[in-house]
Design a protein around this ligand. Structure first.
Ligand code: SF4
Length: 524
């Protein structure tokens, strides 16, 4: 902000001490130019110009008490500390650091994600409040402390807020490459005013989502034994052999797991044919067809197989039925890696049933048909398909025990047990995770709207309008820490009560491939 703007603001700062009207939201905007930008957009609250700098900010305790708002937001311009910030970028504070300590702002991620959905360049990170304008060396010194942006009011305003939901939203004017009072300040300021106005328009959606929430946590949720094992296989392979460790396809269907392993040196490929000869390759938890094993042999790849033992069991059943001359109906989703791997075990015998069983099911010998299923389907959907198949083929054989795995079944049972008590269910999992998608469908069938989210950034504020109870679960490939992050982000909307509802205790563990076991594990 320019010194002229500050001077103008100083002359009129008395007006900022007037108590605002009571409303849902009290929005602080230090300078006149900032208040003007924000006022145009905020319809669900009162915008109060405080005047710039710590002293004026510190006088606002009374204003908050008088207005008794449900929530408070500080909006205005800020200085960028991180070199990657540009004028006009929005920084939403995850915490505000000031002379009296650190004030966490747990609502930052949900709000910033809302801004990004609206096309705004929003980032989250610590904002530090100081008592003087920051340039040059000071900027570098503050950046070294890990702060993303700097301002001159938020920490003092935060002291007036109490435990209300609190946001700090700063539009960046000056940056590492474009200091205050340089020729670029005017254009940076105009850009910042525009994005600040658009960011303030999202405060209405934030206000609508505010309130006390109860979270019902489904249990079991998150990693199953097959996913745990597959991830540990890649981690141990990296520890023992060093990077790169090639992994065919995503080791499990979760974007966070894949990114974590990539950072550690795993290289994900679509095909064994892309891997340099003689390298180490891990096959994913979803299993591979014999053709993929042949390709790996041809390239003399060293193979570690992370196929889940429950998928391996389905492969064995496919081979057994095919050897006995059966036509096998494989109930599953076309294109899913597990289905491709299983089909590859007996391509001439397997007929995919994707959806209901009304497809062309003519077979040479109706007395020799069998069915198998993908492990991660919805139990009720499979039963529906099986009913249709059994009407047509009363003598149909099936696997020795259900192919729908224990983890899929348990996570669906846990959702069924709590969905009726929730206004909304959030399923943490990636778009390509079959079992996570089935959890969404199970909830919808119970009459509770459900959304698949990779993490808190996918949670839309509009979903939470009028919602008191939020159910949360996670697919078998989604890490529990992502559930923690979603819960933490909801805390930014008001008081939160968390209760876990467990339907069954899971203790299943699968042993690692012998080549990756420790010496003491080999003797077990
Ligand atoms: Fe194995 Fe079931 Fe987990 Fe898939 S969901 S990896 S089949 S335990």
């Amino acid at each position: 902000m320019s010194s002229a703007a500050r001077d103008r603001d100083r002359t009129s700062s008395r007006r900022s001490d007037v108590a605002p009207r009571t409303g849902d939201l009290l929005v602080f905007a230090p300078l006149a130019i900032e208040a003007r930008a924000v006022r145009r957009s905020v319809t669900r609250g009162t915008v109060l110009r405080t005047g710039g700098g710590p002293e004026r900010a510190a006088r606002q305790v009374g204003a908050v008490e008088a207005a008794a708002p449900r929530a408070v937001a500080v909006t205005g311009f800020g200085g960028g500390l991180d070199p990657s910030l540009s004028p006009g970028d929005i920084v939403v504070a995850t915490e505000v650091r000031g002379p009296s300590g650190v004030r966490p702002c747990p609502g930052a991620e949900l709000f910033a994600a809302e801004l990004r959905r609206r096309g705004l360049p929003a980032r989250t990170g610590p904002v530090i409040s100081v008592a003087h304008l920051v340039t040059g060396k000071d900027r570098r010194r503050l950046a070294e402390r890990g702060a993303l942006a700097v301002d001159m009011e938020s920490a003092w305003l935060a002291e007036a807020v109490g435990d209300r939901p609190f946001l700090v939203v700063r539009a960046i004017v000056d940056t590492v490459g474009s200091e205050l009072l340089s020729p670029s300040t005017v254009s940076g300021g105009l850009r910042a005013a525009r994005t600040l106005r658009r960011a303030a328009a999202a405060l209405d959606a934030w206000v609508d989502a505010l309130g006390a929430h109860q979270v019902l946590l489904a249990a079991p949720r998150s990693f199953c034994a097959g996913v745990d094992r597959a991830i540990e296989i890649v981690e141990r392979a990296l520890d023992r052999h060093g990077p790169p460790v090639y992994v065919r396809k995503q080791i499990v269907h979760n974007v966070h797991v894949v990114q974590d392993l990539e950072r550690r040196g795993a290289v994900f490929v679509d095909s064994a044919t892309e891997v340099p000869e003689g390298s180490l390759i891990v096959f994913s938890a979803h299993g591979v067809s014999p053709e993929v094993r042949r390709q790996a042999d041809e390239r003399r790849l060293r193979v570690i197989d992370a196929t889940c033992p429950l998928v391996t069991k389905v492969h064995a059943e496919a081979r057994r039925f095919a050897r006995a001359g059966y036509t096998i109906f494989l109930i599953g989703h076309e294109g899913h890696e597990e289905v491709e791997g299983t089909t590859g075990e007996a391509p001439d015998a397997i007929r995919l049933v994707d959806g209901d069983a009304s497809d062309d099911l003519n077979v040479a010998d109706p007395s020799r048909v069998a069915y198998l299923t993908q492990t991660t389907l919805a139990v009720d959907d499979v039963n529906e398909v099986l009913t249709g198949l059994r009407e047509r083929f009363p003598q149909m054989s099936g696997p020795g025990s259900d192919d729908i795995c224990y983890a899929t079944q348990n996570r669906q049972d846990a959702v069924k047990a709590l969905a009726h008590a929730c206004d909304l269910l959030l399923v943490v999992g990636s778009e390509n995770s079959s079992n996570s998608n089935r959890l969404v469908e199970v909830s919808a069938k119970e009459g509770t709207p459900a959304y698949l989210v990779d993490d808190e950034n996918d949670v839309e504020l509009s979903w939470l309008k009028g919602v008191a109870t939020v159910g949360i679960t996670a697919g078998a490939s989604a890490p529990e820490r992502l559930v923690d992050r979603v819960i933490a982000s909801l805390r930014g909307l008001g008081t939160l009560e968390v209760e876990e509802r467990q339907v069954v205790d899971e203790s299943m563990r699968f042993t690692l491939p012998v080549e990756l076991r420790d010496v003491n594990e080999r003797t077990r």
